[in-house]
Design a protein around this ligand. Sequence first.
Ligand code: DGY
Length: 325
Amino acid sequence: MAKPKVFVTRAVPDKGLDLVKQFCDADIWPESTPPSREVILAHVRGVDGIYCLLTDRIDGEVLDAAGPQLKVVSNMAVGFDNIDVPAATARKIPVGNTPDVLTEATADFAFGLMLTAGRRMQEGEQYVRAGKWQTWDPMLLLGVDFARSTLGIVGFGRVGKALARRAAGFDMKVIYYDPMARPDRDIKASSVDFETLLRESDFISLHTPLTAETRHLINAEAFAEMKPNCVLVNTSRGPVIDLDALYQALKNHQIFAAGLDVTDPEPLPLDSPLLTLENIVICPHIASASKSTREKMALMAAKNLISGLKGEYLPNCVNPEVYAK
Ligand code: DGY
């Protein structure tokens, strides 16, 4: 029997790819950069499944280009703002994502960004490399304290909660803003409104999905409420912060520092004014990039894909309403 046809939009770790190849006739995009829109539209034609990444826009046009035999879209990411889910649901196509497996790696990284930006590690590192280190200096690169400071978490889902657990070890008080969050008695953290979080936090870490409501949630008005010693960290999605407003806030020392793993756009253009500032550390969307986490994500996405191809429920489906009779 012929294997189902799938388009895989990039080479992913073997743990996932091997399973896909075993079960499917896989067309795997060989480049290290994402396929263009034209390539996606051409390569999805006639496939039964699409295995994609957060860099690929999958919308109604792509789903229609694939054709009515398309059974599943599997995203190798927990976030799925790159996919027009209502368009998939309207066509009864289940969409899979990869929750849970990247929680700890992402929370580790968010905490790392807080430490790096708050304790000015990126500046220290550049200082040494530039040959500027002359002596121990009582005034050199003074940062902010963690112990007994307040961490404000925007979005108290899996990663937000994992960050709160880490903060307990640093003797920090944790507050969070998340109208949808379910209370968790095992984690010491208080729910507050957004304005209180902005006003009271010494550190703010963003863990919200990108939606119409959260786009530019952190804007000039939000920065105006923050403390001058505040360190802002983003490991969620770039457009949650208005980067022009962030530039002004950092340049004018309205806040102390920022740590970004995500930007808008990605990659951040080399002429971005943010790159002229010292009080920011920027990484290339690598918060989940530990070897074993990426293997688990690749495998989970492969299992979603194969379940969809078999007509079974996806282990992790973002639009389970497609199964309603
Ligand atoms: C995700 O899975 O949504 C992350 O952004 C990938 O690191």
